[in-house]
Design a protein around this ligand. Sequence first.
Ligand SMILES: *Cc1c(COP(=O)(O)O)cnc(C)c1O
Length: 495
Amino acid sequence: MEVLYKSTRSDEERITASMAVLRGMSQDGGLYVPTQIPHLEMSLAELAQKGYREVAYEVLRIFLTDFTEEELRGCIEKAYDSKFDTEEPVVLRRGERADYLELYHGPTIAFKDMALTLLPHLLTAAAARNGEDREIVILTATSGDTGKAAMAGFADVPRTRIMVFYPKNGVSALQEKQMVTQKGANTRVIGIYGNFDDAQTAVKQIFLDKRMQEDLADKGYRFSSANSINIGRLVPQIVYYVYAYTRLLASGGVREGEKVNFSVPTGNFGNILAGWYARKIGVPINMLICASNSNKVLFDFFSTGYYDRKRDFLLTSSPSMDILVSSNLERLLYLLTGDADIVKGLMQDLQEKGHYQVSDALVKKLHSDFWAGFCDDDGTRDTIGQIWREHHYLCDTHTAVAWNVAQQYKASRPAHRPVVVLSTASPFKFPAAVLAAIGEQAEGDEFNQMEQLAARSGLSIPKGLAGLKEKPVLHTDVINREDLTDYVLKQLETL
Ligand SMILES: *Cc1c(COP(=O)(O)O)cnc(C)c1O
């Protein structure tokens, strides 16, 4: 079955998977979604005999149908190799009150690596497949983890260049250090005076600026995106939900067909949307638990059907979830209504008024797939401490939000089913917050704190972070968000 892709905001075009990857987002402002959702062709019991790369192939091939087997297997081989610390790139750690799906064993120590080690290879294969001979310029907004993972993936990849925009005061010290030390002649990292939403909006505006696109096309450039608005980001994220279930099957955690819940620390709604697709392709999932920090715009939306971004943007201890405009929710709205006009109207309201309201019928549908909760910084700190004391498991702030909300879910729904918590970053990425949570006074800079955390926990510092201290800072530009377009143009002219 060939799967084609269309925009969430109009019905005119149907394009191939490789073209959707290449474009990143639709010219009408919408995001690409598959026109039909495929089903896994191999049973979960069979997949339980296989490793991660094989599971990845089985998922990729049903969504990215115009890529050849050779291309997909080649991309997978190059992505999931010794860049990952563990034998399999993803580890399911069985726990007492929840299991942990550890997604942070890649080169940048956060779950973004699961997709961003693969995307550059998909993108170059897609360019070759479509006879694209212009240079591909990746523009990416980041709340802290995407930027580093995307640059690590694209650094020195021929015929590509990447520019990453991050909120200057909205990422952790280590996240910033990881980014500004990035090597690669084709990489640029730029701070923005503003928050993540400002950066994301400015980047999206460039994608929608037809004049600019045409102008640059003449000069030999094509823009694309490494944000989860790119379907090439989303599909690789479906893989680990399938893999998690097969690990549970293999270890006796579930019987075949038994449903599980996944609790997902959520920001831009990409990770949890991948879980929704996983359910559609045949993974027995009961509830997808949408866990927010104090920026709980999604919790409020799931409760009332009213999405309101007009509120204070809070800086929390889980910065990668500090987002008020969750891009991928647009995909879910389309997938549940099947109506591009409705989605277009809602997104117009969001842009012009800052809020929108969906129908009661749609809220009902949301509740059959999702359960939402939130956890503030105090709750996050208490949770990290509790898991450490009671289960001797050390988790980061984002994972703690998901664990906390998972327990709220279990308390409200007595029918017990297994809960898998998506563990999205290493605790070493947020050492000050984690030290405080386990009752230690953090001392010195973040490198000191990492060592302090290693000594206290008995865990070793992940290799992606260990060498960071000595690396020279290579990127120092900071700009106003209004100047983003000019900055991009100037960079392309001078490089
Ligand atoms: C990006 C990120 C999230 C949020 O994921 P979304 O796909 O944006 O919802 C959660 N935790 C960490 C550590 C992240 O880097």
